[in-house]
Design a protein around this ligand. Structure first.
Ligand SMILES: C[S@@+](CC[C@H](N)C(=O)[O-])C[C@H]1O[C@@H](n2cnc3c(N)ncnc32)[C@H](O)[C@@H]1O
Length: 213
């Protein structure tokens, strides 16, 4: 991953953040060995941030859109209420199989529902009010996912969206590719929405945190 901060600063931040739990360390390694795009995994620093946000919020219901190999799902699950639940959606069966393996090996197996399917088709069938939503699937559909979840988000609930700076490409919309343009469109849309308070963190590839008033 090309970091927006220097590699040295990133390393320093990881050194002085809590260590990756052992199971997540193994999952990180296995994702590098067994998948073509390990760069998609949240990783140590962002994983600890997701865990910390979840522990602050202590959510009852979390929705994750884009499981990949389950790394971020397991980080977010760390903050769930004891009877809380995390629903995570993944399109790719092979990636979902790795996620299922590690979810089973974790202390959160009974609390995580992994759904294999297209997010846009799955979300309308989810009959929950969410406390926290993590959007991390195909970039061109972020705005669509936002529209699909906003009415199911509790007042005071949060939406986290990953990769919203897209390696910094959002700064140059004239030469940006479709994913960076989609991220810029998402940031514009979110910043105009009067139902939300927002803060965009330049962590890893950019995380937009939105709170529903
Ligand atoms: C960036 S990765 C997710 C990384 C993961 N959240 C983490 O932090 O470790 C994006 C994932 O979204 C999945 N995806 C792409 N389009 C999707 C769709 N329409 N519905 C569900 N999942 C999708 C991809 O297969 C990929 O595994």
């Amino acid at each position: 991953m090309h970091h927006l901060t220097s590699e040295e600063i990133h390393q320093y931040c990881e050194t002085y953040s809590s260590a990756e739990p052992e199971l997540l360390y193994q999952l990180n390694r296995q994702t590098h060995l067994r998948t073509n795009l390990p760069v998609m995994l949240s990783g140590h620093l962002q994983g600890r941030l997701l865990s910390m946000i979840s522990k602050i919020l202590q959510p009852s219901i979390i929705l994750e859109i884009g499981t990949f190999t389950g790394y971020s799902a397991l980080c977010l699950a760390e903050g769930l209420k004891p009877d809380g639940k995390l629903i995570t959606i993944e399109l790719d069966e092979e990636q979902a199989a790795i996620a299922a393996e590690y979810i089973r090996a974790s202390p959160y197996a009974a609390q995580i529902d992994l759904i294999v399917g297209k997010a846009a088709e799955t979300i309308p069938h989810l009959l929950y009010d969410f406390d926290l939503v993590f959007i991390d699937a195909d970039k061109v559909n972020y705005s669509l996912y936002f529209d699909a979840v906003i009415d199911k988000l509790k007042p005071g609930g949060f939406i986290l969206a990953d990769n919203v700076l897209y390696h910094g490409d959002v700064l140059d919309t004239a030469s940006a590719g479709k994913n960076a343009l989609a991220m810029h469109a998402y940031n514009e849309k979110i910043s105009r929405d009067t139902r939300l308070e927002n803060v965009l963190l330049p962590v890893r590839d950019g995380i937009m945190i939105s709170r529903k008033k």
